[in-house]
Design a protein around this ligand. Structure first.
Ligand SMILES: Cc1cc2nc3c(=O)[nH]c(=O)nc-3n(C[C@H](O)[C@H](O)[C@H](O)COP(=O)(O)OP(=O)(O)OC[C@H]3O[C@@H](n4cnc5c(N)ncnc54)[C@H](O)[C@@H]3O)c2cc1C
Length: 465
């Protein structure tokens, strides 16, 4: 295998920019094509004057030292904040800290409910230990086994329906092992979790890091071409030809792609066989619309973000941006700057809702939150179509079939990143898959598809100063 000399990169999100930096470090100059008007992908920071949104609430944490080093190298020390993680579930008017703590569960909503939850948990654990129930295959089985039926239904059932937009029985449990922390029972857990559970955050939002990455690339003569969606990828056995929406073309000897895997397969020419196209066409995403509102209120919500699993809210989660960084709102604004997140199923009606309708929804949610009377200083709306790759029971098999087909037929095509591999990756894993893809193109024995496949809980990461 010869190393790429004229690589092309699709997408200037975390994966695309990392691939570009990695190629540059190896002495190769890539060309990048980005569909949108900004770099950073899902981790960009949309702005309106001095108002900045983080479309997701991006905690920067990783267990990988190379990633941590790259973050530190791209953005100066004084631009990083260290933020305590403070999240909660808003249930029946109570802000219950999340990850869940045993003491809160037993006392916060009254002892009777606490005891009910505890006995339900004991019964579930007993069944699990004696293997009286099924294997933990779907999310509901996993959740009931882990939290007991009472607390599972109180906190997670509505959350899954609202954010994953599916029946909990239809969702596999593998991501839950990674993302949902068990109840903390030890006394040490009772102290404020924010004092122990901290993450890094760029002062001006996640996009600040990716703009810095683009700046480093530009300094070396690599400037992503924005507003340039790739619509076709032609391959003649040696050379790739990318077709852009405006009719331009670009040729190269390798392609690193972070565009959604489904769309990549659909854009290949000659077209893959029917069965591969059918498998790819069935990969689905959930979309996300964030409506950020600046409201003149003195009331502070003492959490970075709050889950709202109940039916009383339209949104599934609320971001409290000023708890992430005060610099996300203008200096002279001393109210609350909140991001209401609406999760949308594939082909869901809300995706087509206009700004007026979304503003009406957020007004109702503000009312439910108790901020109905506050004057609104700013509304910003951000839409992310490919926000979450959906994990349905056939996802693993489908992705493996596509991966094997692409590897065999197109050895110089490297899908990478969250949507590029249809994998529920955070930034560090998207970056790692990009680094490994470049390593593989240079003949190293590494497999980008094996990134982020461990099932242990990995919400904690390195936090070196
Ligand atoms: C709600 C939410 C919360 C999150 N929270 C965290 C968190 O706390 N911590 C964390 O580390 N990560 C978090 N993430 C994940 C993080 O956003 C992703 O892991 C990361 O952005 C993936 O990078 P990527 O480059 O693979 O993909 P993306 O960010 O999706 O970037 C892909 C880029 O490719 C472009 N593109 C797509 N198609 C084409 C095309 N045909 N032609 C040209 N360009 C194209 C897109 O416009 C985009 O810019 C969160 C994500 C969401 C949605």
């Amino acid at each position: 295998m010869t190393s790429p000399r004229s690589p092309l990169i699709i997408g200037a999100g975390p994966a695309g920019l990392t691939a570009a930096l990695e190629l540059m470090n190896r002495g190769v100059t890539p060309r990048l094509y980005e569909a949108s008007a900004e770099v950073g992908g899902l981790a960009r920071t949309p702005t309106d004057g001095d108002w900045r949104i983080d479309p997701g609430g991006h905690r920067f944490f990783t267990r990988n030292e190379d990633i941590m080093d790259l973050w530190k190298c791209l953005l100066p020390h004084d631009q990083w904040l260290v933020v305590g993680r403070r999240s909660a579930m808003l249930v029946g008017g109570y802000y219950v800290r999340y990850p869940l703590l045993g003491r809160d569960l037993l006392t916060q909503m009254g002892y009777r409910r606490g005891l009910r939850g505890l006995s339900s948990l004991a019964w579930s654990r007993l069944k699990r230990n004696f293997r009286l129930n099924d294997r933990d295959e779907n999310f509901r089985q996993w959740g009931v086994g882990e939290f007991g039926r009472h607390w599972y239904e109180m906190f997670f059932d509505g959350y899954v329906r609202k954010t994953w937009l599916t029946e909990p029985e239809h969702l596999t449990s593998d991501w839950a092992n990674q993302r949902i922390k068990p109840i903390g029972w030890r006394r040490s857990h009772d102290s404020d979790p924010a004092s122990r559970d901290v993450f890094r955050y760029p002062r001006l939002g996640p996009g600040q890091l990716w703009e810095a990455a683009a700046g480093t690339l530009a300094h070396n003569g690599v400037v992503p071409r924005l507003n340039s969606p790739v619509t076709k990828l032609g391959f003649d056995g040696a050379t790739w030809t990318l077709e852009l929406a405006d009719g331009d073309t670009a040729t190269g000897d390798a392609v690193f792609s972070s565009m959604p895997l489904r769309l990549l397969v659909d854009a290949l020419e000659p077209a893959p066989p029917k069965h591969i196209r059918a498998v790819a066409a069935a990969l689905r995403h959930r979309s996300l619309i964030t409506v950020a509102v600046g409201v003149d209120t003195r009331r502070d919500i003492p959490f970075n973000w709050v889950y709202t699993p109940g039916k009383d809210f339209h949104c599934g989660r609320i971001q409290n941006y000023r708890r992430w960084s005060n610099d996300l709102a203008p200096r002279d604004f001393d109210g609350a700057f909140l991001g209401f997140e609406y999760f949308i199923a594939p082909n869901g009606d809300l995706w087509n809702a206009d700004d007026e309708h979304l503003t009406e929804l957020v007004t109702q949610d503000l009312r439910t939150l108790g901020l109905g009377g506050a004057a609104v200083a700013r509304v910003m709306i951000v839409r992310c179509e490919f926000a979450y790759p959906i994990y349905d029971p056939v996802r693993d098999r489908s992705v493996v079939r596509i991966r094997d087909y692409l590897r065999q037929q197109y050895p110089s095509l490297y899908p990478m990143g969250r949507n590029g591999m249809h994998h529920y990756d955070n930034q560090d894993h998207a970056m790692l898959s990009a680094m490994r893809s470049v390593g593989r193109a240079f003949g190293e024995n590494v497999d980008p598809w094996q990134v982020n496949t461990d099932i242990g809980y990995h919400e904690y990461g390195l936090l070196r100063k």
